[in-house]
Design a protein. Sequence first.
Length: 254
Amino acid sequence: MMQSSQWRYLTALTADRPGSNGEVCALQAEIRAEVVADYFATLNYHLPQLREPGTSVPRVFLTRLPSNLEQQPGVGHRKRLFLRSVLPLVLLEQERLRLLRENLMDLRAAEARGDSLPEETQAWLLETFALYNAKADDWETLLRRVDAVPVSIALAQAAMESGWGLSRFAQQGNSLFGQWTWKRRQSGLVPEEREEGERHRVRAFETLGDSVRSYMHNLNSHWAYKELREQRARLRMANDPLDGLAMVAGLRNY
């Protein structure tokens, strides 16, 4: 039987959060793995079923991984629970990027028609170009960078970089992808094996969703992943699906 207090946390509606539309979210900082697994079961959320037509991933967004994930019996069970926990977050960020890309494409078409854009929209566009390290009005570069990352790549990297959610960085800092930072204003955890004189830390995030968003923005904007973005653009030009195997070579610098 699920503990009633943690059930309430899992079923808390977050209508005040942008884009939530009443999705179910886990808001409690300390949530136990068996509670999450039981809740997923009530939703009939199992990985094999996702291959069946008409099934979908429930919009359940955990803010952090279960604190007792490592104590769960069976490696396979732990890995499946990790994937089910991270998958909705990856899909949510994919959805945000898709909507952003569609909005940008509409604005590009409006500019091409000679339409006058409101000042607020022009200011937002300048911020977006800067956010993705693209020169103002360089639409080709911007649209190459505002695009999806294959779910298979995101899940595989989350599993590898976080040790299937068991790493100290994942448990203490919601860091799923092992991103480094040298910026003092960014929160981070010092690696235990960091050599003397080194200053990098592993970024820490307020939520798992923040980690996913930062990871995808990193792939979409950093010079090191230019090859990945070029391969993605070639797939787009050919009207082919964004295949993880076709793009993974672009992560050689990760």
